[in-house]
Write a protein that binds this ligand. Structure first.
Ligand code: HPA
Length: 267
């Protein structure tokens, strides 16, 4: 199925990306840093799931940054949009099939750990995906990856070191922690946040973990950064809103863009 999607892209553009980037909620503006060679809307690819979430443009942007070939997903698709886990990870497999070897995932997340503040960057050191279905359930495609992928180095240690050294080179503060994915679209209850805290999650969101599973499965080296767009429910004593998430993202977008560009330069 996904080979047909890859063919559709290859028939439009001959381009081998080295690095793939997923731009999360409110972070899509980073695509303006790309010397664009070609843009392709998900809706122009037959069989491709289409972004319906606010502030997710829903397109692949192919081009160069710092002289490196990149493909960026300006907007992702989420489970809560009604897509199956397999559909959600389709773009990941496509970008790998196009030749990308490293994947940078980004997202907006709610801070659970008391050391995290709104506007912080959190390098993802590990993840908890146990509350959402695995995208690998079902018959395994051995041409893509192994049946039982090892997840002990899901966020590549070398890339984690590179993120930290890049951040310090640029004087951009960055923390690190464990990201937990829940399906959403409702924000969590205070009881759920207590539970997540107890099991070791530092931040929570509605994406990324299943993408990382598929990415590891198909052989990507993965690294990730969460933007702490809000404190999780119950950490702060007031209701959460989607606007808050977008507003924080725009307020730190310059620092975010500098950091991602630096990471790409140093990869
Ligand atoms: N919870 C879940 N997803 C999120 C949050 C949150 O607090 N913030 C941004 N995405």
């Amino acid at each position: 199925m996904f080979e047909k999607l890859v063919e559709q892209i290859n028939s439009r553009i001959a381009f081998k990306p080295e690095i793939a980037i997923i731009l999360g909620t409110g972070l899509g503006k980073f695509a303006e840093n790309i010397d664009v060679i070609y843009e392709l809307k998900y809706s122009d690819i037959n069989g491709m799931p289409v972004s319906t979430a606010p502030s997710h443009e829903g397109r692949f942007v192919f081009g160069t940054i710092e002289g490196k070939n990149v493909v960026a997903m300006q907007g992702r698709v989420h489970l809560y949009e009604g897509y199956t886990p397999q559909q959600v990870v389709m773009p990941i497999r496509i970008m790998r099939a196009l030749g990308a070897e490293k994947l940078i995932v980004t997202n907006a997340a709610g801070g659970i750990n008391k050391n995290l503040n709104v506007g912080d960057f959190m390098m993802i050191s590990d993840q908890i995906s146990s509350f959402v279905p695995s995208p690998l359930i079902g018959k395994n495609d051995d041409t893509i990856g192994t049946r039982f992928p090892d997840m002990s180095n899901a966020y590549d240690k070398k890339l984690q070191a590179l993120i930290k050294s890049t951040a310090s080179e640029l004087n951009i503060p960055i923390k690190s922690g464990v990201y937990a994915q829940l399906s959403g679209p409702q924000f969590e209850t205070p009881a759920e946040i207590k539970m997540l805290s107890a099991i070791g999650a530092d931040a929570v969101g509605m994406s990324t973990a299943i993408e990382t599973i598929a990415a590891v499965h198909c052989g990507f080296k993965v690294c990730g950064i969460s933007l702490i767009s809000n404190l999780a429910c119950g950490i702060l004593d007031r209701p959460l809103s989607e606007e808050e998430v977008g507003d924080t993202a725009s307020s730190v977008s310059e620092r975010f863009e500098a950091l991602i560009k630096g990471i790409i330069r140093n990869i």
